[in-house]
Design a protein around this ligand. Structure first.
Ligand code: PEP
Ligand code: MN
Length: 333
C-alpha cells in the first residue's frame, strides 16, 4: 500500500509510522509517503487521522504503478531534454557499443552534432559474456566521454558494471545505464537509488515484466524517482536472431506502469540488417526513446560488431523516423 500522510505530519512522526508499518518513507510534493508491503490492504482505524490518501496494490509494483501516478512520469535529463509527462517526446540516443579511442568517440559525437541527436551512448565498463574479449576502457573511457560532453554539448549515457563504478558514472555521465546482465544486482540498484541522476534500467533477458518492474521499485523506493525502463530483447526458443524484442511487453509496460520506456532494437536483433526496420516499428509504438548502436566502422568494433550501424545507415534511418513520429504525434528530440 502507498499511504500519503497529511501535510502537517513531520519527519519524526512519518519515520515512526514507517517503522511501525515496515515501510519505506519518502517525501513527495511536500508530504511524506509510506510504501508498505502490498499485503497491507487497509489503513487501520488508529492511523486514519494521519492519512491524506492511500493506494492499494495486488503486488509489489507500487511506486511504478499507474494506480499511483496515472500518467507516464516526467524525467528531466537536462533542461532541454525532457521525456514523459506532458511531452510527446521520443529521445534518440546513439553511439558505439564501447568507447574504443578518442578518434572513434569524436567521430560518433560529430555524427550526433550533425544530425541533432542530443545524447551520446557508449560503454566504458563492459559486462561481456566472455572474459577473454574487450572489457572496456574503464575510467579513461569515461573521461573521453566527458571531453565530448563538453566539446559538443552532448548528454552522455554509460553503463555501470558493478556498484563500485556508480560514482564514476555519476561524475562523467548524465544517465546511468544498468545493463541487462546487471538488472538483478542489488548493489547497483541500491547505489542508483541514492542519486537523483536518471537511470536507464535494461530488462534482463531472462526476466518477466513483473521481475523487471520490481527491480525498478528498488531504485524508486530508495528515493530516486528518475527511472526509465529499457526493453532490449528477451531470450526465447528462437536462435536466428540474438534475442526477441518484446513489443507486447512494451504495450503492457505503457498500460500498467508510469515509467517512460526506451526501446533498444540493436541488442534485440543483434544484426545490423534488421535494425532500421525494427527501429521504425519501435517508433510507431510511440515509445519515449530509442537507443541505437552506431560505429564509424562496425566491422572493426571491439564489441557488438554485428549489430552496429555505420553512419550512413544511421543517418538514413534517422531521417525515415521523422514521418512516423509525425503520424503518431511524437516529437523526436
Ligand atoms: C549495451 O548497451 O552495450 C549492452 C551491453 O546492453 P545490454 O545490457 O542490453 O546487453
Ligand atoms: Mn552493445
Amino acid at each position: 500500500m502507498i499511504i500519503r500522510l497529511n501535510k502537517n505530519i513531520d519527519e519524526s512522526k512519518a519515520n515512526a509510522l514507517g517503522k511501525e508499518l515496515q515501510s519505506f518513507v519518502l517525501k513527495k510534493n511536500g508530504s511524506f509517503i509510506l510504501v508498505t508491503p502490498n499485503k497491507l490492504k487497509e489503513v487501520e482505524e488508529k492511523h486514519k487521522s494521519f492519512v491524506a490518501e492511500s493506494f492499494v496494490f495486488n503486488d509489489d509494483i507500487q511506486l511504478a504503478s499507474k494506480k499511483f501516478i496515472p500518467h507516464t512520469r516526467e524525467i528531466n535529463i537536462s533542461d532541454e531534454i525532457v521525456i514523459g509527462g506532458k511531452t510527446n517526446n521520443t529521445v534518440v540516443i546513439t553511439g558505439p557499443c564501447s568507447v574504443e579511442s578518442e578518434e572513434q568517440i569524436e567521430q560518433a559525437s560529430q555524427l550526433c552534432k550533425k544530425l541533432g541527436v542530443k545524447i551520446l551512448r557508449a560503454g566504458a565498463f563492459k559486462p561481456r559474456t566472455s572474459h577473454y574479449t574487450f572489457q572496456g576502457m574503464g575510467v579513461d573511457g569515461l573521461k573521453l566521454l566527458d571531453k565530448m560532453r563538453h566539446k559538443y554539448g552532448l548528454q552522455i549515457i554509460s553503463e555501470v558494471r558493478d556498484s563500485t563504478h556508480v560514482q564514476d558514472i555519476i561524475q562523467y555521465a548524465d544517465i546511468i545505464q544498468i545493463g541487462a546482465k546487471s538488472m538483478y544486482d542489488h548493489g547497483i540498484l541500491n547505489a542508483c537509488a541514492k542519486t537523483k541522476k536518471p537511470i536507464l534500467l535494461k530488462r534482463g533477458f531472462g526476466t518477466t515484466l513483473q521481475e523487471f518492474v520490481q527491480a525498478a521499485e528498488f531504485i524508486l523506493s530508495g528515493g530516486n524517482e528518475n527511472v526509465i525502463l529499457c526493453e532490449r530483447g528477451i531470450r526465447t526458443f528462437e536462435t536466428k536472431t540474438r534475442f526477441t524484442l518484446d513489443l507486447c511487453g512494451v504495450a503492457w509496460l505503457k498500460e500498467h506502469t508510469n515509467l517512460p520506456v526506451i526501446l533498444d532494437p540493436s541488442h534485440a536483433i543483434g544484426y545490423a540488417y534488421g535494425v532500421p526496420d525494427l527501429t521504425r516499428a519501435c517508433m510507431a509504438m510511440g515509445c519515449d526513446g530509442l537507443l541505437i548502436e552506431t560505429h564509424p566502422n562496425p566491422a572493426v568494433a571491439k564489441s557488438d560488431a554485428s549489430q552496429q550501424l555505420n553512419f550512413e545507415q544511421f543517418s538514413n534511418l534517422y531521417e525515415s523516423l521523422k514521418p512516423i513520429a509525425k503520424a503518431i504525434g511524437k516529437n523526436i528530440i
